[in-house]
Design a binder for this molecule. Sequence first.
Ligand SMILES: [Ca+2]
Length: 486
Amino acid sequence: MGAARRPEHASMIRPRFPSVLATAVLVAVATLGRPASARAQRIPIRGAGTVGETLLRRVPVPQGRPNVLVVLTDDQRPDGVGFEGNSSLRTPNLDRFAAEGARLRNFYVATPQCCPSRAALLTGRYGHQRGNGVTSNLANDPEHTAPGITFFGLPVSDLATGTPTIATDLNRAGYVTGFVGKAHLGGDPRLWDFRDVPVWIPKLGAPHEGATLMVNGTPEVLPGLTNQILVDAAADWMERHRSDRWFLWLATTAPHDPLRHDPRFPYALPDIAPPPLWPEGLPLTEGFDWTGYYSTISMLDDDLGRLFARMRDLGLDRNTVVFFLSDNGQMAGSHGPEDDVASKSVWFEESARVPAVVRWPGVIPAGSVVGSPMVSVDVTATIRSLAGLPRDPGTEGVDMLPALVGRPPLRRVAYAEIWDALHEIWKWQLVREGDWKYVAFESGQELLYDLATDPDEMDDLSARPEFAGTLDRLRGRLAQWRTATP
Ligand SMILES: [Ca+2]
């Protein structure tokens, strides 16, 4: 690794914000005159810098294998839920759901982009690993996956049809496997071994109304709102399989754009605080539709409330483990409106970290808050463990359950990455250890942040001599991880 240097883009994306102090002044100015509730919205991102658990009582894990439901949303920021302290956003159903389970406050996705994030969840492996190979949304594009193209010296490929997934393994373990919603993996979820697939989206996304959906294998336009259709199909699926042992993957399209200004869930701009580093003087309506984003999240919350109620009415609550997470975050203009940092695919917390909850009533103590770093590949490892399957030797993912029931967490260091040819700065790997966050770019450039003192990631410490030891340690962690995850 070359000498620590500030990335070229860093000066490009932060010209107006040379220091933390300047940012603090700017944010203070930007929030002057706004209601207290709007100012309070900054809390979630800031809170993520501190690692630590609430004191969980140790709970024995029952014998017998539970059902598993994965609820995967799309482009939901880590503060894109009320339960992470966002008092401007109304998500009463998700707040109740989170209060019944464990909130994961430092949960990263393996890759913060739609397609590779899903591929990592499905396989339990990072994009650069054998058995996955999807490092970006371009994975199905021959121009970017040709032999000879490498990622940190490793080959880049597609997730080949026939690659084993978590569905393959759970079928063998006697589970009924199902998929509803957005696939974004280049084809029918049956290719990835999901067996009962009532409704899925054959394109990368879908409009809120009039979407062409694959309904029992046939393209069809159904009446109603797309996410409502998906959530209700998932509820019907659970009812149909209530006597089976099952694994269901529900992937919503919300709150990915197109955003919906749902008249049932209106928001006004004065209710919403600007994100960190929003450029001075730029209206909040420029570049990102905040009121539409919030309205779409509240609509999603309403739909999921219906799903959770159906689960309860079907008597499935206590023998079903529910994982709630998003495939990636959403910058929404944090750190500036420039194209390559404005939405996702970047290393900042708003993009690489997502809201996450695991609920298993009677096993995971209600109201738990877990600060240990976790990664989406850990969800896959945990599902395997819940199904009674041995650990996949090809994965770096760890079983999350010990940490969720008050035992020492198995993971202390989290990693994430992306390699996407669209932008030079979308080629990075990151390490999160304690409050330190280290980012290595393929170009050799580096960033180092202390999230405890700098939660907005404004102050790159990589060139500061007093942090040379920390930098060396984290470089070493990354090197070990690359070796351990071929
Ligand atoms: Ca996404």
